[in-house]
Design a protein around this ligand. Structure first.
Ligand code: SAM
Ligand code: SF4
Length: 492
C-alpha cells in the first residue's frame, strides 16, 4: 500500500450514473492506496472533481468549483480533474486553472494508483512506456473510430509529467495527465469499489461508445466501446449478492451494445443470468440504444421476473429527418417497432426516454413529430434537453442553428405536454397494489420513500407498529397520483 494513512481526499461527482459508479471505483482505489475520504473540501489534502461535459452547463460547473476553491492551494491542497471534462480539455485545464495537478480521463483510471504515487512525489517523474498494441495499431472495426480521435488529438504521450516545454513556471507545481487511453480494450475493473448504497448497486458492463451521434462528446471523452466478459460481470453480481445487495443496475453508455469478449453471452442472456443470481430481486439496465435493442431483451423481461419492467430507450427526436441529421442510425418507424415489442409483452413495461430539442435545422414540423411521438408512445418519463453545441462534434458544422429562445420555448412546450401525459398515465395506478423497495424516510412529510419495479417513486405511510426496514420490499396500495410520483399506504 502506498500513501500516508493520514492523507485525505474529497471527491465531488457531476453527471450521469456512469460517473457516479466510476467515482465509487475511484474512491475504492484511493482508499486502497491509503487515503481517507472526507466530507468537506476544507478537510481534504486532495480535492477531486469527477466531471461531465455532455452539455455546456455541466462543463462550466467544474470550472466554477475550481475557481471557488483556488485559494486553498496556499494551504498545500492539491486538485485533480477526472472524467469527461478532463479528457475533453486535457492540458488546457492547467492553463485555465493552474492550481490543478492531475487531469485524468475515465479511460485512464486503471493507471490512477501510479498517478497518485507521482502526485505524492514519492517516485521520480517517469515516462511509462505504452503497452504494445495501444500505439497506433488498430482493431479492424475500431479503425474509423480511432482515425477520428487521432485527427483531433496530438500523438499520445502516455501518462506522464507535462514535457519540459510546457512545464509551469512555478517549479513546485506537479502536473500529471492520464489522457491517452481512449483506444484501450480494458475496462476499469477493480475489486475495491466503495458503493454508496448497501442494497442496490451498479455494475458497468460496457464502457465507451463507437456510435458518434452528431451532437455528442461521449465517444471523444470516454473512448472506444469495450465490454467486460460475462464471467467477470456475473462474478461481481455473485459477490454483491453475497454482501446482501438485492438490486443490481447494469450500466453502459449503450448497455445493450454489449458484446461478450469471450462470446459466451448476448446482452439479453447476460441480463437473464444476472437476474437468476440467488438473492437478487431486481435487475435494471441503462441506457439502451434503439439501434441495438433486440426483441430478445423483451423476451428476457417476460421470462425472468427479477428483471424490472422498465426500459429507458432514448429517442432524441420523433422526426426521421432529424434522426438522420443526428446520425442516430434508426428511423422513427424502427424506433416504434421496438416500442411495439414492449407493448406486446406479457408484462406491462414502463418506457422512458431522452429528447433533444432545437437540434440544428429542426423545423416546427419536425418538432411537431416529436410531440406526436410522445403521445403515441405514452412515456412514463422524459428527460428533455436543449441542444448544446459540443467541441469536436460533427453537428458544430451544421447550419440553421435554432435560437436559444426558440429552444427554450420548444422545451417548455414539450415538458408541459409530457406532464399531461404522465398525469393520465400515473392516475391509472390508483387503487392498485405495487411492491416497492424501501429507499428511506422523508421526515418532513412523515412518509416512506419507495421505488416500484417500473422505477416509479411511490411514497407511502405505514403504521408505527409496522415500520418497514430500508432496503426491504413491501406491498403498497396506491391512493393518489401526481405527474412524477405516486402516494400510497403500506399493506399490512
Ligand atoms: N447513449 C445514450 C443514447 O444514445 O441514447 C445516451 C447517453 S448521453 C450521456 C445522455 C443524453 O444526453 C442523451 O440521450 C441526449 O439526450 C443528451 N445529450 C447528449 N449530447 C447532448 C447535447 N450535445 N445537447 C443536449 N443534450 C445532449
Ligand atoms: Fe452519445 Fe450517441 Fe454514444 Fe449515446 S450513442 S453516448 S448519444 S454518441
Amino acid at each position: 500500500m502506498s500513501g500516508d494513512a493520514q492523507k485525505t481526499f474529497y471527491l465531488e461527482t457531476f453527471g450521469c450514473q456512469m460517473n457516479v459508479h466510476d467515482s465509487e471505483k475511484v474512491v475504492g482505489t484511493l482508499i486502497q492506496e491509503g487515503y481517507r475520504q472526507v466530507e468537506t473540501v476544507e478537510q481534504a489534502d486532495l480535492i477531486l472533481y469527477n466531471t461531465c461535459s455532455i452539455r455546456d452547463k455541466a462543463e462550466q460547473k467544474v470550472f466554477h468549483r475550481l475557481a471557488d476553491y483556488k485559494k486553498l492551494q496556499a494551504q498545500g491542497k492539491k486538485f485533480g480533474v477526472l472524467g469527461c471534462v478532463a479528457q475533453q480539455e486535457g492540458e488546457k485545464i492547467f492553463e485555465r486553472a493552474p492550481h490543478v495537478s492531475l487531469v485524468c480521463g475515465s479511460a485512464s483510471y486503471n493507471k490512477l494508483p501510479g498517478m497518485l504515487v507521482q502526485l505524492e512525489g514519492k517516485s521520480a517523474a517517469r515516462e511509462i512506456p505504452r503497452p504494445a498494441g495501444e500505439n497506433g495499431v488498430l482493431q479492424d472495426d475500431a479503425a474509423s473510430v480511432m482515425s477520428v480521435w487521432n485527427s483531433l488529438s496530438p500523438e499520445p504521450e502516455a501518462w506522464s509529467p507535462v514535457p519540459e516545454s510546457r512545464k509551469p513556471e512555478a517549479e513546485s507545481l506537479i502536473r500529471i495527465t492520464g489522457l491517452d487511453d481512449r483506444q484501450t480494450d480494458k475496462c476499469f475493473e477493480t475489486e475495491f469499489t466503495s458503493r454508496l448504497n448497501p442494497h442496490r448497486g451498479y455494475i458497468t458492463i460496457i464502457e465507451g461508445c463507437d456510435k458518434f451521434c452528431a451532437y455528442c462528446v461521449v465517444p471523444f471523452t470516454r473512448g472506444k466501446e469495450r465490454s467486460r466478459t460475462s464471467a467477470s460481470v456475473l462474478n461481481e453480481a455473485l459477490q454483491m449478492a453475497d454482501l446482501g445487495y438485492t438490486e443490481i443496475q447494469l450500466l453502459g453508455q449503450n448497455v445493450n451494445s454489449y458484446r461478450d469478449p469471450d462470446g459466451k453471452k448476448s446482452f439479453a442472456e447476460l441480463l437473464a443470468a444476472v437476474g437468476e443470481v440467488p438473492g437478487i430481486k431486481r435487475v435494471r439496465f441503462t441506457t439502451s440504444h434503439p439501434r441495438d435493442f433486440g426483441k430478445d431483451i423483451v423476451d428476457a423481461i417476460d421470462a425472468v421476473p427479477t428483471l424490472c419492467d422498465h426500459v429507458h430507450l432514448p429517442v432524441q427526436s420523433g422526426s426521421t429527418r432529424v434522426l438522420d441529421a443526428m446520425q442516430r442510425l434508426y428511423s422513427r418507424e424502427q424506433y416504434l417497432q421496438r416500442i411495439n415489442w414492449m407493448k406486446s409483452a406479457r408484462r406491462q413495461i414502463s418506457i422512458t426516454t431522452d429528447v433533444i430539442v432545437g437540434f440544428p435545422g429542426e423545423t416546427e414540423s419536425d418538432f411537431a413529430e416529436t410531440l406526436g411521438l410522445l403521445e403515441e408512445v405514452g412515456y412514463d418519463g422524459v428527460f428533455s434537453f436543449k441542444y448544446s453545441a459540443r467541441p469536436n462534434t460533427p453537428a458544430l458544422s451544421l447550419d440553421d442553428a435554432i435560437p436559444e429562445a426558440e429552444k427554450s420555448r420548444r422545451l417548455d412546450v414539450l415538458m408541459s405536454k409530457q406532464k399531461e401525459i404522465q398525469k393520465t398515465r400515473y392516475r391509472k395506478y390508483v387503487g392498485t397494489e405495487c411492491e416497492v423497495m424501501v429507499e428511506g424516510h422523508n421526515d418532513a412529510r412523515a412518509q416512506w420513500i419507495g421505488r416500484t419495479s417500473q422505477n416509479k417513486t411511490l411514497n407511502f405511510t405505514a403504521p408505527e407498529a409496522a415500520t418497514p426496514a430500508v432496503g426491504s420490499y413491501v406491498p403498497v396500495r396506491v391512493t393518489a397520483s401526481f405527474p412524477n410520483s405516486l402516494l400510497g399506504e403500506l399493506v399490512v
